[in-house]
Design a protein around this ligand. Structure first.
Ligand code: HEM
Length: 533
């Protein structure tokens, strides 16, 4: 490309072109007229009516009236920071993506962490999944990894996402409960959705109450593809491993902090960076082949499954560092728009049906949240890579495109197509065949194997936390049928788990002798505590 992007630590900071008011600068309205009195509106007489001609009053009030935009339909509460990604080991064996082959280049990025269920003003420490969304401004266009701090997801198919979210959000008639706790509706849905059991175990583990943003791992979740120069394809999972390690609050702490400092996580990140510190993760990949994946007893395009690290270790190949706070929360953290479709040459999607639905949803939602197809021009969203195309006009267009060519093909001076393998995106030429149908793949059928693997892999202390968390939630479900259905689901994961929860919530153990020695000994006290929580 004749105008390649400059990619280094400073390049995005400069591109944002912030407007800094110098101390003592002259106050103006939005159109540059000096304002001599910002305290008094223009009135007819000292005690008379306010005059319609007061353009300063009208402009100021009117702008204020329109300050809010809709919050995100999910992940509404979040905080972000700028930083960079640096590759330490080339993945050229697997991909030709520059960002994964050019060792030592600092690719600028913006990362936003979020909770999923709460509204924009909810507490940071709610028990919930955390969004972990990274936007890298690479020389080949933006690459977004829109992940979570949990490596799997609740559902296998995007068509169920609106139902999942409607069940976890406050009930539509009274907007209760806020935050991710104690829902009849959520457990009604989940108890009828066995595929969610693996994710549910993670959500009731300590991973769902992280101590800080930089004490949680991030996962791209879906399987993606990497394609190398020779055209060979490998499958890949993306990982961010917290340099500080993954640490959690305990539930009691999390609840108290929510009351005393609902900004606990965002404050911690802000203050760390403000004091000159950084938040850091190692970036890693699990790379495997279709042939390897074919031998496993789960499907790698089923997003409710992870690839165990003892099958494929995570190779740590780079680092993500967050080192700069935003200048303006709204312009950066609120207006940033992540999309799984932001991908660069050498990386491609898989046929994971959850990912496939996401590829539609994010672009679509930005049209109502940010209000115009020109949201891509917002400083936080625009790429550092040059943009030349024939898209024109639309609400709030910022770019002034010159010339008379806004079509392709053209001979009068317009943009020409990029070259495959040089500077253009090429989809992996996967061979497709099959019958058009609405059906779940047979390979997606096991819903409990990895949930059990999770239960078996955690320490006794963590098991106790999972039991208590489930018991807390279920004891707050008002419908007995739902509680019982949930116990039946837990029984499929592990009889000990089901029985322990049953005892705490006052139901009969599910199977005889399933209660672990010592478990449930505090159950009377716990039940009393849970009753008042
Ligand atoms: C927002 C992750 C599944 C629709 C987000 C955000 C994250 C995320 C991190 C917040 C981005 C930000 O900070 O601005 C995930 C993960 C998923 C998943 C990891 C599963 C593996 C889905 C599905 C859909 C969906 C299946 C729809 C079919 C949305 C929408 C938003 C969102 C509409 C709001 C975006 C915005 O307003 O900017 N998701 N999500 N997500 N997600 Fe997902």
């Amino acid at each position: 490309d004749p105008t390649p992007a400059r990619i280094d630590d400073q390049s995005k900071a400069e591109d944002l072109s912030v407007n800094t008011v110098q101390p003592g600068a002259t106050l103006t309205d939005n159109l540059g007229h000096g304002v001599t009195d910002d305290n008094n509106s223009l009135r007819g007489g000292e005690r008379g009516p306010t005059l319609l001609e007061d353009f300063l009053l009208r402009e100021k009030i009117s702008h204020f009236d329109h300050e809010r935009i809709p919050e995100r339909v999910v992940h509404a509460r979040g905080a972000g920071a700028h930083g960079y990604f640096v590759l330490e080991k080339s993945l050229a064996e697997y991909t030709y993506a520059r960002v994964l082959t050019e060792v030592g280049v600092n690719t600028p990025l913006f990362t936003r962490f979020s909770t999923v269920a709460g509204s924009r003003g909810a507490a940071d420490t709610a028990r919930d999944v955390r969004g972990f969304a990274v936007k890298m401004y690479t020389s080949e266009g933006n690459w977004d990894i829109v992940g979570n701090n949990i490596p799997v997801f609740f559902i296998q198919d995007a068509i169920k996402f609106p139902d999942l979210i409607h069940s976890v959000k406050p009930e539509p008639h009274n907007e209760i409960p806020q935050g991710a706790s104690a829902h009849d509706t959520f457990y009604d849905f989940i108890s009828l959705t066995p595929e969610s059991m693996h994710m549910l175990m993670w959500v009731h583990s300590d991973r769902a109450i992280p101590r800080s943003f930089d004490m949680m791992d991030g996962f791209g979740i879906h399987t993606f593809r990497l394609i190398n120069k020779a055209g060979d394809v490998h499958l890949v999972k993306f990982h961010f491993k917290a340099v500080l390690g993954a640490h959690s609050l305990v539930w009691d702490e999390a609840q108290k902090i929510a009351g005393k400092d609902s900004d606990f996580h965002r404050r911690n990140m802000w203050e760390t960076i403000d004091a000159g510190g950084t938040l850091e993760w190692e970036f890693g990949v699990q790379v495997f082949t279709e042939a390897q994946a074919a031998k496993w007893d789960f499907d790698v395009i089923d997003p409710t499954k992870l690839v165990p690290e003892d099958l494929v270790p995570v190779q740590r190949v780079g680092r993500m560092v967050l080192n700069r706070n935003p200048d303006n929360y709204f312009a950066e953290t609120e207006q940033v728009a992540f999309m799984p479709t932001n991908i660069v040459p050498g990386i491609d999607f898989s046929n994971d049906p959850l990912l496939q639905g996401r590829l539609f949803s994010y672009l679509d939602t930005q049209l109502s949240r940010l209000g115009s197809p020109n949201w891509v021009e917002l400083p936080i969203n625009r790429p550092l890579a040059p943009v030349h195309n024939n898209q024109r006009d639309g609400h709030m267009r910022q770019t002034i495109n010159t010339g008379r060519v806004s079509y392709f093909p053209n001979t009068l001076g317009g943009a020409q197509e990029a070259k495959a393998g040089v500077n253009g995106y090429v989809s992996y030429p996967e061979r497709l065949s099959g019958v058009k149908q609405r059906a779940r793949a047979k390979s997606f059928a096991d819903h409990y194997g990895q949930a059990r693997l999770f239960w078996n892999s955690v320490t006794p202390v963590e098991r106790e936390h999972i039991t208590k968390s489930l018991a807390f939630e279920l004891s707050n479900c008002t419908v007995r049928d739902i509680r019982v259905r949930m116990l039946d689901q837990l029984e499929q994961i592990h009889p000990v788990l089901a029985s322990q929860v049953a005892v705490v919530i006052g139901e009969a153990p599910r199977s005889k002798n399933a209660v672990m020695p010592g478990a449930g000994q505090d159950s009377a006290a716990e039940v009393a505590l849970l009753g008042t929580a």
